[in-house]
Design a protein around this ligand. Sequence first.
Ligand SMILES: [Ca+2]
Length: 411
Amino acid sequence: MRLFAAALVIAFAAPAHAETLPEAQRPKVEAQFQSWLASTVRPAALKAGVGAKTFDAAFSGVALDWSLPDLAPPGAPPPRVQRQPEFSDPARYVAEPNFSGLIPEGRKRLSENARVLAEVERRYGVPAEIVVAIWARESRYGGAPVRNDALRALATLSFMGARRQQFLPELIAALKILDGDHLTREEMRSSWAGAMGQPQFLPSKFLENAVDMDGDGKRDIWRSTPDVLGSIGRYLQLHGWIAGRPWGVEIDLPAGVSCAFEGPDQGKTVAEWVTLGVKPKPGGALPKDPGRRVFLLMPAGRAGPAFLVSENFYVIKKYNESDLYALFVGHLADRYGAGRPIAGRWTAPKGFDREDVAAMQRRLEALGHNVGSADGLVGFRTRVAIGRWQQSKGLPPTCFPDATLVKTAGR
Ligand SMILES: [Ca+2]
């Protein structure tokens, strides 16, 4: 879900508002908006099967929402790109208080919803703890306010958002939901970025994944807890969840084993990892089948803990394309039971920002390394590329940028 990942980035960054457009020019932009709705969106919606009545009712009296971040109205300069610090400091994202604050309520929700969660697991193969951990992460078990009118937010972002071309299909999808799902526009609330309800589904994801678990004829991911939990389970099932397979386990990686072995394309069998000296942390266990392939995960390279993960870790990433997100969810799910806190220490270096990382990524790319994309974010491909470059220079691989490395790697 690329839009989710992007929304996460922006949530950490200070938003740029459309302050650059003088108030007096707004009525002109509103008129352009109305004409764009009539000439572009209406025909596209009708072509997609949305009823004309639904469309006209949905947009009757709707104006642009000027409070949304990162708008680029016609006639105004594009939003300022600010120099942000590295957006997802792993130590902050997976700090112990973030988990301990969620565990007691999660256990309560598990017990209150035991019957429906058992049914979710029976239908979709996804354990209750994983479903509830995603619910926690997305909307704090439904407690986080979801304030925006989804149609208005999506229309505004499709018309003058910084990534408008990504949002128009979501606006059309939202109209299809309104047309077919017995929901009113008032009921369809979203985040400012269009993520709807307690599971924070974009409209296209709602159409593919939402289910009516309580059988009342509505897929109500805003108010029905069974529908929320069923929809999360269904999402993971459709994205490849393997029943009965744990997401992963924290390990000790011997100092002599390279962090550049990380990632879903470099799996080794459990037996091979054991031969390299890998051991689970106390309280954890490696998979019993010595022939099964598992994957090394080191979200901060050598500056943080190491994990061996299964295919299901990468299924969680299909909910939100971030290693830290998936680690957060998997670890929180373990902690509802007897799982212990993460044992390894995060010492991820600071002193660089996204532009520094992007420049380093471009240099590594020029040398033929695959960094994913040169977007300033430190995903596993970038970590592996750093580690391989370090090895090529005879340096001990750390697989994570630091203030010196962002200036020197790839030179
Ligand atoms: Ca329902």
